[in-house]
Design a protein around this ligand. Structure first.
Ligand SMILES: [Cu+2]
Length: 186
């Protein structure tokens, strides 16, 4: 009975020594670890919801931080197909921008369309070459996820190049402003 305190005290001492060794081991690597933790925090996903209507974007002014993964979540609340295109100045052909914001940027697209039988929609999805354009049929929703490099910092125009009644949507007010903010600016 007297030996009872000894038998549990020794393992306790050994246990706390082992713990001390573990803590020391962890502490040694802390310098590197905290640096990568900060990077993880900075790239935390951010979601911005944008509704497309006849004929506007809501909101029409959005701000996206460079160097961070951002998801734009779209819904088409209008009665016709709408496009989300971002660039500098509108080309003379009026079918797009001279320079697209997303050129050279890898984008992950995701679409949910209520009318899944629409042939035109399927065709456009398979095409996959219009990386700079996000189009949605009426009632559709979808998202695009990307990380913009710091070199893209600046102010851009958002416009819809779909035509209804002989007029481009952006000419009817379906345009907006997208600002890419450099991370050092804050
Ligand atoms: Cu439109």
């Amino acid at each position: 009975m007297e030996s009872t305190p000894m038998t549990w005290t020794l393992p306790r001492i050994l246990g706390s020594m082992a713990l001390a060794v573990l803590l020391t081991a962890c502490g040694g690597g802390e310098g590197n670890q905290s640096a990568s933790d900060e990077t993880t925090d900075a790239t935390q996903a951010d979601t911005i919801e944008i509704a497309m209507t006849d004929y506007a974007y809501e909101p029409s002014e959005i701000s996206i931080p460079a160097g961070q993964e951002v998801t734009l979540q779209f819904t088409n609340d209008g009665s016709v197909e709408h496009y989300f295109v971002v660039g500098d100045s509108i080309a003379s052909s009026q079918d797009g921008f001279e320079q697209n914001l997303f050129s050279g940027v890898s984008i992950t697209k995701n679409k949910q369309t209520s009318g899944g039988d629409d042939e035109e929609e399927e065709h456009e999805e398979e095409e996959g070459s219009h990386d700079n354009v996000f189009e949605l049929p009426p009632g559709g929703s979808g998202s695009m996820t990307f990380t913009l490099p710091e070199s893209k910092a600046g102010t851009y125009t958002i416009a819809c190049f779909e035509t209804t009644g002989g007029e481009k949507h952006y000419q009817m007010g379906m345009e907006g402003t997208l600002t890419v903010t450099a991370s050092e600016a804050e």
